[in-house]
Design a protein around this ligand. Structure first.
Ligand SMILES: [Zn+2]
Length: 277
């Protein structure tokens, strides 16, 4: 056993500059979520065909949402709603947007409509949302729907002042918090560096949540690196598996990295801070 762990440590060190803790070792868990599926069929299919337990966040009412969700499910992947929420930059939200101007009843109506059109949906995360996720009064009706429908919530953390995961916690909703954005810059060097950050966090803290997009650069990188994960001793899990594997206490103790990425909307420049236990 010790020999095997040493080998894993050596591999991680050589390939990713990650040092395993010397103490007793549980396989680090890594959840990879691919956002923004639905508008582009070819890119969406390329992402859905990635190997391993990946979670796909699908934009509602987009031309290929239903087909991509069904295909992902057929391949044993996980499907969540990528709920468009109002941002501070005035970026276009597309159909199914949740905005400040909507009443609690309207927010719930739109969100239920979004969830109804994505087959096999088991959770949701926010698309953009730097404006809306800061507003407690808007998160309440949203989390009520998440709770009613027995979904989990992943806070994409597009603003350091998000209250979304805190409100989910208060409602007793299983929740996760995005740790690292993979592809804020679409080049292999940047993506590799971000992936290393996520691996390091997973190894040090036990788990990490990585969000990427169906860019060709991202898909090419993940196609290369996912098959190596098992050899590295890192377990790739869906978002819901991550929630199941770790007790609530452990996940709640793991505070979000809260990097200052206001206006980033899924494309955050800053790196995560050191892992907290
Ligand atoms: Zn998005």
């Amino acid at each position: 056993m010790r020999q095997a762990l040493n080998r894993i440590g050596l591999l991680l060190g050589l390939l990713f500059g990650v040092v395993l803790p010397a103490a007793a070792y549980d396989a680090p868990l890594l959840a990879i979520v691919i956002d923004d599926l639905g508008d582009n069929r070819a890119r969406g299919m390329a992402a859905v065909n990635l190997p391993g337990a990946i979670t796909y966040a699908v934009l509602p009412h987009t031309p290929h949402a239903r087909e991509l969700a069904i295909r992902a499910h057929q391949l044993g992947k996980e499907v969540i709603l990528h709920a468009p929420m109002e941002n501070k930059s005035g970026l276009r939200l597309g159909p199914g947007a949740l905005t400040r101007g909507q009443s609690p009843a309207e927010l719930q109506h739109v969100l239920n409509g979004n969830l109804d059109v994505i087959p096999y949906v088991v959770g949701m995360n926010n698309h953009m949302g730097s404006m809306l996720t800061e507003q407690r009064g808007k998160m309440d009706p949203i989390m009520q729907v998440v709770k009613q429908r027995n979904l989990f919530f992943l806070d994409s953390v597009t603003t350091s002042d998000t209250v979304a995961w805190k409100v989910a916690h208060e409602y007793g909703i299983p929740y996760l918090v995005r740790d690292v954005f993979l592809d804020n810059q679409r080049n292999q060097a940047y993506i590799h560096n971000q992936f290393k950050q996520a691996l390091s966090l997973a190894v040090n803290r036990g788990h990490a949540v990585l969000i990427g997009h169906p860019y060709p650069e991202t898909v090419a990188y993940l196609n290369k690196v996912i098959p190596i994960l098992q050899q590295l001793g890192v377990r790739l899990v869906t978002a819901s598996e991550l929630l199941n594997q770790r007790s609530r206490t452990q996940l709640i103790l793991a505070q979000p990295t809260l990097d200052p990425c206001d206006h980033a909307e899924g494309h955050c420049d800053s790196l995560p801070v050191a892992a907290k236990r």
